[in-house]
Design a protein. Structure first.
Length: 588
């Protein structure tokens, strides 16, 4: 390009010199060959004028040819300037150009794609500068919060190829109840008192921070597989005797979830303590809280009728595509006879009340199950379909087996039970979701928060499975910063009775004369909202939550002059600060 410009400059100089010569020839008188100033001899005036006209005409012809040549050179120079501007090269300036000598060229930019010099070229032709080239900028590193302050969180750490994200929130909750249920911020759905006792005539109001949660998740890519490690804890657990509330509210830390999940292509494997695979999902079969359905309520025991658990186990999940998933899980079993969460306990045969205490989980769902002689883990299967982001459908099933031994007769008894569930979550209109989750079982009341026993024990020591079922249905909405909800939750527990060995006393569940703790139905209607006051990727979020719930339960047997049911209202107000942790998005 520089050679082309130099050649054009030489041509321009040659044309200029030729024009000068012609001008001199046209403007000066004719001289003799010997250099004298004498007129040519023997020539007439007429002939002389004709000769002079011929010479002028010839000179004009030469001038026209030179003008056309100059115009051609001008067009070539214009083309040269445009090519130079488009390529970002700097055309050489003419040494004979006065404007160039007086006006220095603009400095070249360090970014490519600009015209290096704005100095005009003769003849002056405006040259448009090319637009600046757009540099290829890599996406912001999520570990650099300054680059994306509004969405990325500064609490995500990175060690090698692993991302570590703290998860959790700080809660302060006020709970008011119309009865003295004898619990903290959580509700024992099966045991709120009747109004014929003192607890049923007293109200309670208390503050608690025990639902505050802390944990972390680790995301890494190992050998082509996505690896997720998840830990989550709160302060709701522990022995009540250690949770003094006189001068110091000493709540104990407990494990909620602690597992590792590995996914590689079609298959996914999870091992550890997590939400049971039986718990309904909102999307797919992911174990992460955002993809699970345990309602949006403040109550830490969630909603009456929810079938769930957080249980150690292992699961295997297949992903044929992004819309379909299926899996099977082996989760820790529990030979559950009742009593957890205020649930009723069947009456045992008199001769076996002591012998069976060490074989079945009686009146305690958190201690004896650690030493129980379970036959095998519960087997759970699940199938989910998400045809669109606005629709989720799933079916699930569970099987468990109870085995006991009668030391009086030296006989073993084994009984297998099972249950099934189906859920539909559909966004019927934008921002409004319909949810319905339904469960029915023969011997799986343990998954209804322990409100229903799995079985009773007959006089000969054999187990008899108890029917139970539940639903949690309602609506959820998203309205700007508000997320209101309305749910109905109901549990039905079947009756299963027998005669004791004396043939006169009833045993089992729901028999005539049974205690009013043996519930036939437990129901809840609840409504509330979550209001996000502010949210920032750098600092987290501040939310306020309000929930109202009305509970009522009815026993199988009502004694004369006794209440036919128990009723309770409860109101929760919760203020929550959520950590700004933001886990990386994983594409499978």
């Amino acid at each position: 390009m520089k050679q082309l410009a130099s050649r054009a400059r030489r041509r321009r100089i040659g044309v200029t010199a030729a024009l000068g010569v012609v001008s001199i020839v046209c403007g000066l008188p004719m001289y003799a060959a010997d250099g004298s100033n004498q007129a040519p001899p023997a020539a007439s005036d007429k002939d002389e004028m004709q000769e002079l006209k011929r010479q002028v005409a010839e000179q004009q012809k030469q001038i026209e040819e030179l003008r056309l040549l100059l115009l051609s050179q001008q067009k070539e120079l214009e083309k040269t300037g445009k090519d130079s501007a488009a390529s970002g090269a700097q055309p050489e300036a003419s040494a004979a150009s006065a404007p160039e000598a007086a006006t220095p060229a603009a400095p070249a930019s360090k970014t490519g794609g600009e015209v290096a010099s704005l100095t005009p070229i003769l003849p002056p032709v405006p040259v448009a500068a090319a637009p600046k080239a757009t540099a290829v900028v890599p996406p912001p590193d999520p570990q650099k919060p300054g680059e994306q302050a509004s969405t990325e969180a500064p609490l995500q750490l990175k060690i090698g190829s692993a991302s570590i994200t703290p998860v959790g929130f700080m809660d302060i909750t006020n709970t008011w109840r119309s009865t003295n249920a004898g619990t903290s911020l959580q509700t024992n759905f099966g045991s709120f008192p009747y109004n014929n006792v003192a607890a049923g005539r007293l109200t309670e109001d208390k503050w608690s921070a025990e639902n505050s949660r802390i944990g972390l998740r680790v995301d890494a890519r190992v050998g082509g597989a996505n690896v997720l490690g998840y830990f989550e804890s709160d302060f709701v657990g522990g022995s009540p005797s250690n949770n003094t509330q006189v001068s110091s509210n000493s709540m104990l830390l407990r494990i909620r979830q602690y597992y590792v999940d590995v996914r590689h292509g079609f298959w996914e494997v999870l091992a550890g303590q997590a939400w049971s695979m039986l718990l309904p999902n909102r999307r797919g079969m992911s174990p992460l809280p955002a993809d699970l359905f345990y309602t949006q309520v403040v109550d830490v025991n969630y909603t009456n009728g929810l079938y769930w658990g957080r249980i150690p186990g292992i699961r295997f999940i297949g992903h044929p595509n992004k819309k379909v998933a299926f899996g099977i899980a082996l989760e820790n079993s529990d030979q559950y006879l009742g009593g957890s969460g205020g649930g009723g306990v069947p009456t045992l045969p008199a001769a076996l009340a002591t012998a069976y205490t060490s074989q079945v989980d009686v009146a305690n769902g958190s201690v004896n199950d650690r030493t129980l002689p379970n036959v095998h883990p519960d087997i759970i299967a699940k199938f989910t379909v998400d045809p669109t982001p606005r629709f989720h459908f799933e079916v699930a099933g569970v099987e468990s087996t109870v085995k006991v031994f009668n030391p009086n007769t030296q006989v073993y008894f084994t009984k297998a039970g099972g249950g099934g569930a189906f859920s539909v979550h559909a966004e019927v209109i934008k921002g409004l979701r319909l949810v319905t989750n339904n469960f029915w079982s023969d011997g799986e009341g343990r998954y209804l928060f322990g409100e229903a026993p799995n079985f009773i024990i007959r006089a000969d020591g054999s187990p008899s499975l108890l029917h139970s079922g539940s639903t949690v249905s309602g609506f959820e909405a998203t309205m700007g910063k508000f997320a209101p909800y309305v749910y109905y939750g109901g549990i039905y527990i079947g009756r299963d009775t027998a005669l004791d060995a004396n043939k006169t006393s009833y045993i089992g569940y729901g028999y005539p004369g049974s205690p009013n703790s043996q519930n036939r139905s437990i129901q809840e209607i609840t409504a509330g909202w979550t209001h996000t006051i502010w949210r920032d990727g750098r600092y987290g979020a501040l939310q306020e939550m309000v929930q109202y719930a009305y509970f009522f339960r009815n026993p199988w047997f009502v004694a004369p002059n006794a209440p036919k049911g128990a009723h309770e209202s409860a109101v929760w107000f919760n203020l929550r600060y959520v950590l700004p942790g933001s886990a990386p998005t994983v594409e499978y």
